[in-house]
Design a protein around this ligand. Structure first.
Ligand code: LMR
Length: 396
């Protein structure tokens, strides 16, 4: 049976990790996969996380099963983080919530849920979108269609084209939106644009599906949830996938959340029963440790405050890196304007160079980034920013 299999290429982003690790150059720079890095290029464990782990170790009574939805406390607190404590969808008990193995687990369980509600439903994804959206949603049986999002010439959101394309969507289609810090472009919708998307979703009876993997790394925890919270106030049904990989630094703990908003509490109970049954049929129940860390932090005012302070430092570093990179590229004499990088949010921006220039940066300068020229802004540091800027100007 296995003899018939054809090999598949490794995921391009994950391959970059291997290539970078194998590179012996002392000046190598990793601008590839989206993990936060400090000034020394390390991805540290957040102090609030370490403190929470000590508390868990000292107090944990059992490692018995927790059920498909995961920890109830985690679900409650992560829902509050997303929507705010007093959001009407919480008060009206319209939510079905489950702790998932990372944001990917949430995305895939959402796709399976949609496929049960409406087999082969159409979901509109931004062009470009995070590469892993395609298999996570498509391999569950959803039909993917694309709406234009990022204009590589103006280096900004092509909002008119986005609206025009979504206007051709059919009633009941889903629209995947990035809650904040668009991956891979870093170009986010403004508040006014969110309002227009909400109006379109309502007018066309579309179902919004918001993937929010970077809450707190754009403008702030509350600010980054603006579109999600406004959308949830307006629409009868919606799906959210969130991740704790980036804002808690829990990449390998696989900690995420799926939230399904139904029209009322009665419908939500039915959605929950379906969701938990889907989870049971896929991985039975989620791993506990990451969620235990998150709930321990969010449930303690001291740890919560400490975590927010650490997140503030991370966000400020990303902003500073953007400013420093733009200034260094200018100083290196680029004939092109890169100011757009300063206006973008979160971990990523496109440099806007072609694939052979990306390859030259890798082969001649040991600077690693995705083939699309997406860079991880966190990989920039004081000691490498001028080197990176000069190399970019060289290959332009
Ligand atoms: C990225 O986009 O680099 C991250 O979300 C990591 C991943 O799994 O692709």
């Amino acid at each position: 049976m296995f003899n018939q299999l054809q090999g598949v290429a490794p995921d391009a982003l994950l391959k970059l990790i291997v290539q970078y690790n194998q590179d012996q150059s002392t000046s190598k720079v990793d601008l590839g996969v989206g993990v936060y890095k400090d000034e020394k290029g390390n991805t540290p464990v957040m102090q609030a996380v370490t403190a929470a782990e000590h508390i868990i170790l000292d107090n944990q009574q059992t490692k018995s099963y927790i059920g498909p939805a995961g920890s109830a406390l985690y679900c409650e607190l992560s829902t509050q983080l997303l929507f705010g404590k007093n959001h009407p969808v919480i008060k009206d008990r319209r939510l079905s919530v489950a702790q998932t193995p990372g944001g990917c687990g949430a995305l895939r369980m959402a796709a399976e849920f949609i496929n049960i509600c409406s087999p082969g439903a159409t979901i509109w994804v931004s062009t470009p979108t995070w590469v892993n959206h395609i298999p996570l949603l498509g391999e569950a049986g959803l039909q993917l269609k694309e709406y234009p999002y990022y204009n590589y010439e103006t280096q900004s959101v092509d909002f008119a084209q986005m609206l025009q394309t979504l206007d051709s969507a059919s009633e009941g289609d889903l629209v995947l939106l990035h809650g904040c810090c668009h991956n891979p472009s870093g170009a986010d919708l403004s508040r006014e644009q969110w309002q227009q998307v909400i109006a379109l979703v309502l007018a066309k009876n579309l179902i919004p599906f918001i993937d929010i993997a970077y809450q707190g790394l754009g403008d702030g925890l509350e600010e980054d949830a603006y579109g999600l919270r406004m959308m949830a106030e307006a629409v009868p049904e919606m799906i959210v996938a969130s991740s704790c990989s980036k804002n808690f630094g829990l990449y390998r703990e696989r900690t995420g959340t799926i939230v399904i908003i139904s029209a009322n509490a009665e419908r939500a109970a039915i959605s929950s029963s379906q969701l938990f049954s889907i989870i049971r049929g896929h991985y039975s129940m989620p791993p506990a440790h990451g969620a235990a860390i998150v709930e321990t932090i969010l449930d303690s005012s001291a740890l919560h405050g400490q975590w927010i302070n650490e997140l503030d430092v991370m966000r400020a570093r990303l902003t500073d890196n953007r400013t420093a990179l733009v200034a260094s590229i200018k100083a290196a004499g680029a004939g092109r304007n890169f100011d757009f990088i300063s206006a973008e949010k979160g971990m990523f921006s496109f440099l806007g160079i072609n694939e052979s220039q990306v390859n030259r940066l890798r082969d001649e300068y040991s600077i690693y980034m995705a083939g699309s020229s997406r860079i991880n802004i966190a990989g920039i540091a004081t000691h490498n920013v001028d080197y990176v800027a000069r190399a970019i100007v060289e290959v332009l």
